[in-house]
Design a protein. Structure first.
Length: 95
């Protein structure tokens, strides 16, 4: 599926403790608006919008990218199953 970037990509330095950051995006939720989350880490990442990430969050395998419906707001959180790495979040529109 095609993807049109609507906001700057945010890099999250992730580890086995919750990392929370703001996307800086004030884009309103709407049909087809998503957060593309790419896990560049070597272990699984667990993602959530706002709050604290735990292993109960959305699992994203190492090296995978997923599109999650954008709920609005700005804060995102991630935690890794092990080690450290980077998780990227980009708000955009599925085309």
């Amino acid at each position: 599926m095609a993807f049109q970037q609507l906001a700057d990509t945010v890099a999250i330095s992730a580890s086995t403790t919750t990392a929370t950051t703001t996307t800086g995006s004030d884009i309103a939720p709407g049909k087809g608006v998503v957060a593309r989350v790419y896990n560049a880490a070597a272990s699984a990442a667990f993602f959530r919008f706002a709050g604290t990430a735990t292993a109960a969050g959305v699992p994203i395998p190492a090296g995978a990218a997923v599109n999650l419906e954008w709920p609005g707001g700005e804060d995102v959180a991630v935690i890794l199953a092990s080690g450290t790495g980077t998780v990227y979040v980009t708000v955009g529109q599925e085309a």
